[in-house]
Design a protein around this ligand. Structure first.
Ligand code: SAM
Length: 270
């Protein structure tokens, strides 16, 4: 049989969730970091997960696929995105899909059984714009954990990040564009957008938009402490030798010099 022809991607036909997952998420790397870090800090494997802001449950699905004893609960406000994730990420797990549960709801108020690991990835908690709201989210995340559970989130910053910006990277068949459309130095409100550009010249403009507060690491660490997390560790990504590109290796540091753009995992223990 002749090989099946893959049609070139275009803004009219591409699926924005597929483009997002390929461009933005690295669930296997996240699973590997969490598994290693949890084992090192707790001397046991992490099995149960709650993924806040789960979107398409790409991470929950990778978690469950990584170990037959693992379970995942994904919480998100947007049921249509969860439905897409159920079809494209969870159902393909076959018999293992029963270990993923997707719950529609607000992460501030949706109670689920306590877990080993609660995650909030891709800076999604930046949707909470006041200290009061972020504190109540961190308190909720703490309540979701077992006594020796851990809360994992990511943070980014850097000398170039508190401003308007547009950066892009090429991927097979399309280009991913990340834009800060507006950045307000008084409120730290930041309006962000993801666009996708295709080889045929078409563009999927504002495929995803975010109205966030740009939180700084000291603010987040203080609020985690106020929410009852007694120990918080930051793991910063290193760079490829001689470049400013991230190398995917995250190291625990108490102090860290600034970069044009940095990314870190933050791990909080109750
Ligand atoms: C940036 S996406 C993150 C998707 C995925 N977690 C990732 O790592 O790429 C943010 C998601 O958070 C959801 N969301 C925003 N506010 C929420 C809230 N208060 N409770 C639950 N989900 C919320 C949105 O519906 C959206 O799916």
């Amino acid at each position: 049989m002749p090989p099946k022809k893959t049609r070139p991607l275009t803004a009219r036909t591409a699926d924005r969730h597929k483009l997002y997952q390929r461009a933005v998420q690295t669930p296997e790397a996240d699973v590997s970091f969490i598994s290693r870090t949890f084992k090192a800090l707790r001397a046991r494997p992490a099995l149960s997960l709650r993924e806040d802001f789960c979107g398409t449950a790409h991470f929950s699905s990778a978690w469950v696929a990584s170990n037959p004893q693992r379970t995942a609960i994904g919480v998100d406000l947007d049921e249509s995105v969860q439905a897409w994730g159920m079809e494209h990420n969870v159902a393909p797990l076959g018999a293992d899909s029963v270990r993923v549960k997707l719950v529609p709801g607000d992460v501030l108020h949706t109670r689920t059984p306590r877990v080993d690991v609660n995650v909030a990835f891709n800076f999604s908690f930046w949707v909470f714009k006041s200290r009061a709201l972020l504190l109540s989210y961190f308190r909720a995340a703490r309540r979701n954990l077992k006594r020796d559970g851990l809360f994992f989130m990511d943070m980014h910053g850097g000398t170039e990040s508190m401003d308007t910006l547009s950066e892009s990277k090429p991927l097979p068949g399309y280009r991913y564009v990340w834009e800060h459309k507006r950045f307000d130095i008084v409120s730290h409100d930041v309006q962000c957008a993801i666009h996708f550009e295709f080889k045929d010249g078409t563009r999927m403009n504002n495929a995803f938009t975010y109205d966030w507060r740009f939180w700084t690491l000291p603010e987040v660490l203080e609020l985690l402490g106020q929410a009852g997390f007694s120990e918080v560790k930051c793991y910063f990504e290193g760079t490829e030798r001689g470049t400013t590109h991230g190398n995917g290796v995250f190291s625990l540091k108490d102090r860290c010099s600034n970069d044009p753009s940095w990314i870190a995992y933050v791990v909080a223990a109750p």
